[in-house]
Design a protein around this ligand. Structure first.
Ligand code: NAD
Length: 378
């Protein structure tokens, strides 16, 4: 029996880390970065927080800023063209999960023969090759993409958010600087924060959970659970922002070495068809999926409740599990998570797509890792 464990080769974590990005590249002998980011990062000048230290390190970074939320295969193809048009030796993903996933997917598609499509790499394929090394700098405390072996790309022909996995998507290094998250608005702070909590919880209850991933998942829950409401209400609270950012990265390592499960499996089709932000669709699903799954892995959910600080160590599993469920419902109330209807999802369109979405969720493989595995009807 063998086990394997993956994480970036270098993880730099802490306030001001982005100022050392040239140093990080230099340690790997890299000097010609293409920074992959989104339009807001450019219009708000936030991208300068990465570009300025790169220039100060004597580098002349290029910028690809055409990424979109829930990145699409067509944007990746445009990114690969930009990457190949320049003499770059690495990609720097700077932003939330969308720009980081774009950089990772560009590396994968860029290593493939001409004519290849992102869908060729959809799970269960393994996207192990990358054309260029990827360094990630997250600006949201959420996806953990900076530390995972995944990228999530939308197939525009089929309206499908595809999970793509493999070492080609694993960043060489991650520069994790919580100071970049002070500007994240409350709604996105809440959505991305619940995303990271969902990563840790799903990694911990997954059928693919293991000792190593458990340690990261538990540490992540200890950091995220007591700080999520604080960052939502007090955006400039540095201690809470730092805890959330570290927690998000640790949760990324956890699910990268275990898995996500039913929440993520169901969340992707909702994102693809209704453009609900990823963390928000996770939040909408988390209490109901936990209620559905609770008794199939009660001791695990109870341990998660204790790590999150909502149950005590002397409490039995039944009581701890019930408290976890209540906490997830309270969290959605406190973070003003809307129902799908209140978000503006059209009920008729929703009903019409239910079978398609159920099939897409099950085909993604993630629900099979859930403690309780539903059929399409459920
Ligand atoms: P995002 O990257 O789409 O960003 C959401 C919004 O927040 C954007 O408008 C962006 O400009 C803004 N933003 C980002 N940082 C900001 C900052 N510091 N200040 C102000 N605004 C800021 O959202 P996300 O939730 O970070 O990423 C979601 C994507 O990540 C989805 O496509 C999801 O499927 C994917 N994802 C990937 C993995 C993985 O392992 N690869 C894991 C989970 C989710």
């Amino acid at each position: 029996m063998t086990t394997s464990f993956v994480s970036p080769r270098l993880l730099m974590i802490g306030g001001g880390a982005v100022g050392k990005v040239a140093e990080v590249l230099g340690q790997f002998g890299l000097s010609k970065p293409l920074v992959v980011t989104d339009p807001w990062m450019v219009s708000s000048d936030t991208v300068e927080k990465a570009l300025a230290p790169l220039r100060a390190g004597g580098m002349n970074p290029g910028v690809f800023s055409d990424t979109v939320p829930d990145p699409t295969d067509t944007v990746i193809e445009a990114g690969v063209a930009a990457m190949k048009a320049g003499d770059y030796d690495c990609l720097v993903g700077f932003g939330g999960g969308s720009p980081m996933d774009t950089a990772k997917a560009m590396a994968i598609l860029g290593a493939a023969p001409a004519g290849a499509k992102m869908r060729d790499f959809k799970v269960p394929a393994q996207a192990n090759r990358g054309a260029l090394p990827v360094i990630c700098i997250p600006t949201t405390a959420g996806t953990g993409s900076e530390a995972t072996r995944f990228t999530v790309i939308t197939d525009t022909e089929r309206d499908e958010k595809m999970l793509i996995a493999g070492l080609g998507a694993l960043p060489l290094a991650a520069v994790v600087d919580y100071e970049l998250t002070f500007s994240v608005p409350p709604r996105t702070t809440a959505d991305t924060g619940i995303d990271s909590l969902t990563h840790a919880l799903e990694a911990f209850v997954s059928k693919r959970a293991n000792d190593e991933a458990d340690e990261y998942a538990l540490r992540a829950m200890r950091l995220i659970a007591p700080n999520l409401r604080t960052v939502y209400r007090e955006p400039s609270n540095a201690i809470a922002r730092a805890a959330m950012m570290k927690g998000a990265t640790l949760a990324g390592i956890a699910f990268s070495n275990s898995s996500v499960a039913l929440v993520h499996g169901m969340s992707r089709p909702i994102g693809a068809h209704f453009h609900v932000p990823h963390g928000l669709s996770n939040a909408m699903l988390l209490p109901a999926v936990t209620e559905y799954s609770l008794n199939a892995a009660l001791p695990r959910y109870a341990e998660a409740a204790r790590a999150m600080g909502v149950a005590t160590s002397s409490e039995g599993d039944q009581s701890a599990g019930a408290k976890l469920l209540q906490e997830l419902r309270d969290l959605n109330r406190d973070l003003a998570v809307p129902t799908p209807g209140a978000f503006g999802i059209d009920a008729a369109k929703w009903d019409g797509l239910l079978t398609t979405m159920a099939d897409q969720a099950l085909a993604s493989g993630s629900p099979a890792n859930n403690p309780a595995v539903p059929g399409a009807e459920e």
